[in-house]
Design a protein around this ligand. Sequence first.
Ligand code: SF4
Length: 355
Amino acid sequence: MRTSALKKDFTHHLLQWNRKLNKRHMPWKGEKDPYKIWLSEIILQQTRVEQGWAYYDRFIKTYPNITKLAAASEEKIFKLWEGLGYYSRCRNLIATARYISSERKGIFPDTFEDILALKGVGSYTAAAIASFAFNLPHAVVDGNVFRVLARYFGISVDTMSSEGKKQFTMLANELLDKKKPGIYNQAIMDFGALVCKPQNPLCTGCPLKNECVAFNKKKVQDLPVKSKKLVKTKRWFYYLVIEHNNQVLVRKRTEKDIWQNLYEFVLLETEKSTSPEKLTGTGLFEQVFERGSFRVESVSDTYVQQLSHQTIEGRFLRIRPKKMPVVEGFEVVSLSRLTRLAFPRFISRYLAEMG
Ligand code: SF4
């Protein structure tokens, strides 16, 4: 089949599948309010739909419009975001809400370029908002779209290369139904999530299989081509939960590192895995406590959290000091206040298990 006919067929079959067979329900689907679309897209940037759904519902319930979100305290917003990870999204969410509320009188921008200029909004998110809320003809291009297009058209160019990104973006915009860009964009995202999945795509029942190059040439497993392999660094965190008179020491992380703006206990980071016994005998411990002025009440099991570029592994040492030590940068808070602070998942899992 000629390429132009193949392209036409793709769009036609995709929209037909969407009309007749796509039963995927999501609370933000068909939404026209740019605030709600933006919120859902920011939540979904690094999060699966199943996990993001409940967060979206809670955010919309608590902050039904951008003015309400802009007026809320950082602490409350971070608490609501707790557990979603990738906290730079939350910082950008707050900054953008406040910018739109104060500089644009609460009115969301309505051009692709102005949407793209918002903090935390990349070309994918801008295309999604522009097409869903304002019916503007911009195609979404992400891993889902790379996969569907690479397979259907049999493209083996590396999707991680700049040439690949350029080629897929051009093709995606050519295929876009310019009259119904929102419906088309949602359809290709749903199709990639439900049918042309990364593992075990449903080729046998796929309405696009007759023309799909990868299916007909038995190359489905080989496409898309992704070259870059992620190298993860490993870090060891040992948290000292120093508890005295129903109070503990915490601080807000402010460095340019993971978990910025989230709270944590006193952290001893080591270069390799170590035993709690070894740890309490090191100079690191003496920086916090005078010799013999504490006892280790319990040591947790090992906790692991996978981040995109790092693996965090570590344990929690619950410590009873004779008096609360003064540790620079840390504040003393009551145990009851802990429930109102936002912690990284690594810590909140420990707190949940400790009750
Ligand atoms: S036939 Fe298989 S590989 Fe081709 S578009 Fe359909 S699901 Fe994807």
